[in-house]
Design a protein around this ligand. Structure first.
Ligand code: ATP
Ligand code: MG
Length: 575
């Protein structure tokens, strides 16, 4: 049974103008006009029988006609023209083969001039939304919540498409991004062998628990004191995993006049130190295809010794006297930086992992933990990594290091053995910023994420970019996302970013962004059947959003000893 049974006299009005994806309808009945609401749905008669076109109302106007143009003699001459602009978003087919009532995101036809337009509400709306839900339900689908238009209808997303071409979750602080992300993670966790890494910058996702969720934390000073290891869920990311560019950005100050010499020498010396490691460890077979970026450990103390030697080298000069070598004193600042960093307790996860992290096989162990799946060496599919103790100045280097490890492994896996992985990047503006705002550490990170955004699809690597400042997130990365879950956005610059990413015909849809409720999202993209407003369900385990009830807390007693405790912890660099 077709769900719509509109009669001609139910019509709001008739089509008076058509272009590729918009139509303009003239509404004759003023009462009808008052009922029309922007962002609600409308149905248009199609030129093909057994089909209806579905559209989104995006503008309703009432215009006084120019009195000069009115023919005074004619009777019942209207004094105004009521118009409604509708973006066409899909077709409802009464039947498609053996299936009845099928909705497609394509326009199978366009309406003709004078075609009738009807509003989609009441039982018809419920019927239509049910069709959307059941169409999507057939596959393994991702549910975020229910349609705001009809809360009886579950909004499904196509899980394949959501991850295939990257997704973006945006919204002002407190709009519900982390909860939405938790909802996505929860559903991934119900699959048999999900695979994902979540970059959790504040330890917000700690409460998420499921059989296939595993928690890790990048080692902080306290973990080093306690001797925690991978078995305790503590990750070390030894310095030798960093790319040459990342090492240079950490040790060489770009503004130093000797920066080019320093970069050249450190490259040469790291190369030599890695070679030595391979030779000493009987891995000479790897030397043929070896580069400075190869994931090979090297001895940092040895490197430092070499650099000191070059920095103080004397060479024979004229008349048998010694003179200063070419790089005498030129490496001093780089050496000082290196020494400072290696002894910085906050960077212990890079430099103080102990001898184990310098073993050749250590990379295998790390990768197995980070990327293993449920049926491989006791790993669990979804890994939530807490980066809260990583200092903010090197955060981009460290997050992107993990992303690079994951992407490299995907690239080096033969395609028949590959298992797709998603990287969920919370607070992405902190480590995937715009180029123009970027510093040296950011550049390294941007390069990696841009590369994954552009090429990840082919290697089964998906990005889910999550940010409260879409306007500060790297444009190249955003433009590669084809799904947008946009929550309340109050800042105009941020709204404009989303607006530009929407298809032209839906640009007006973005105007509801500032008015969305907490936990409500505008979902647009190739994973959703209909660009729609969705009320996101609460996740089973709620993330620690750190929502503090100031007013209430200011009425409670203040915790004893909090300030001395804080100062102490600050000095100790651990809580
Ligand atoms: N789907 C939802 N239903 C009901 N309440 C919600 C929902 N999502 C979020 N909230 C409320 O909003 C608060 C903030 O949500 P959340 O932590 O997800 O925001 P956020 O967008 O991640 O913010 P930030 O940018 O600061 O990280 C939550 O503590 C919760 O009270
Ligand atoms: Mg958040």
């Amino acid at each position: 049974m077709p769900i719509f049974n509109y009669q001609d006299n139910d019509a709001l009005g008739k089509v008076i103008s058509v272009d590729t994806s918009n139509v303009i309808v003239e509404v004759v009945n003023i009462e009808q006009l008052k009922r029309l609401q922007v962002n609600r749905l409308a149905v248009l008669q199609s030129s093909k029988p057994g089909q209806h076109l579905i559209g989104l109302i995006n503008k309703v106007t009432r215009k006084k006609l120019d009195s000069n143009l009115i023919d005074e003699d004619a009777e019942n001459q209207p004094l105004e023209q009521n118009l409604c602009r509708i973006s066409l978003i899909g077709t409802l087919l009464d039947r498609d083969g053996v299936r009845q009532n099928v909705f497609r995101r394509t326009l199978e036809s366009v309406p003709e001039i004078d075609a009738n337009c009807f509003s989609l509400e009441g039982d018809y709306l419920t019927g239509f939304m049910r069709i959307l839900s059941s169409t999507a339900e057939e596959g393994k689908s991702l549910t975020l919540g229910r349609y705001t238009l009809d809360d009886g209808a579950v909004a499904y997303l196509n899980g394949n498409r959501f991850f295939q071409r990257h997704a973006f979750i945006g919204g002002s602080t407190g709009s519900g991004k982390s909860w939405t992300t938790a909802k996505v993670i929860e559903q991934m966790a119900e699959l048999d062998s999900p695979n994902a890494i979540i970059f959790d910058l504040h330890g917000e996702y700690e409460p998420l628990q499921a059989d296939s969720i595993q928690h890790f934390k990048v080692a902080g000073p306290g973990d080093i004191d306690a001797g925690n290891t991978l078995e305790d869920g503590v990750i070390f990311l030894p310095y030798w995993l960093l790319s040459y560019e990342a090492l240079v950005s950490m040790f060489v100050d770009r503004s130093d006049q000797n920066a080019p010499n320093q970069a050249m020498i450190i490259s040469r010396e790291i190369n030599a130190a890695k070679r030595k490691y391979l030779e000493d460890g009987d891995h000479v077979d790897l030397l043929n295809n070896f580069t400075v970026d190869s994931p090979v450990p090297f001895d940092l103390a040895g490197l430092l010794g070499e650099l000191n030697q070059i920095n103080t080298q004397m060479v024979p000069g004229s008349g048998g006297r010694e003179k200063q070598g070419e790089f005498f004193g030129k490496l001093a600042r780089m050496i000082a930086r290196l020494e400072n960093k290696t002894s910085d307790r906050r960077l212990g996860f890079l430099f103080q992992g102990g001898a184990g992290t310098l073993e050749f096989d250590w990379l295998d162990t790390l990768i197995a933990s980070l990327m293993g799946s449920a049926d491989e060496n006791d790993s669990k599919g979804i890994k939530i990594i807490n980066f809260s103790e990583v200092p903010s100045d090197i955060l981009p280097l460290i997050v992107s290091l993990v992303a690079r490890l994951a992407f490299s492994v995907q690239q080096w896996t033969p395609s028949n053995l590959r298992h797709p992985i998603a990287l969920l990047c919370d607070e992405a503006h902190l480590y995937i910023p715009q180029r123009s705002m970027a510093g040296a550490a950011d550049d390294v990170s941007i390069d990696i994420f841009e590369r994954i955004a552009k090429e990840g699809r082919k290697y089964g690597t998906s990005l889910v970019v999550i940010s409260q400042r879409p306007s500060e997130v790297n444009k190249t990365v955003l433009s590669q996302c084809s799904n947008f879950v946009s929550m309340r956005l109050t800042n105009v610059d941020d709204q404009n970013v989303i607006k530009k990413l929407l298809p032209d015909s839906l640009g007006g849809f973005s105007e509801i962004l500032p008015t969305l409720d907490t936990g409500e999202a505008l979902v647009v993209g190739d994973a959703s059947l209909l660009p729609s407003r969705i009320r996101i369900d609460k996740p089973r385990n709620e993330p620690n959003s750190g929502t503090i009830d100031f007013w209430d807390e200011w009425q409670d007693a203040v915790p004893v000893g909090r300030l001395t405790n804080a100062v102490q912890n600050w000095r100790k660099q651990s809580i």
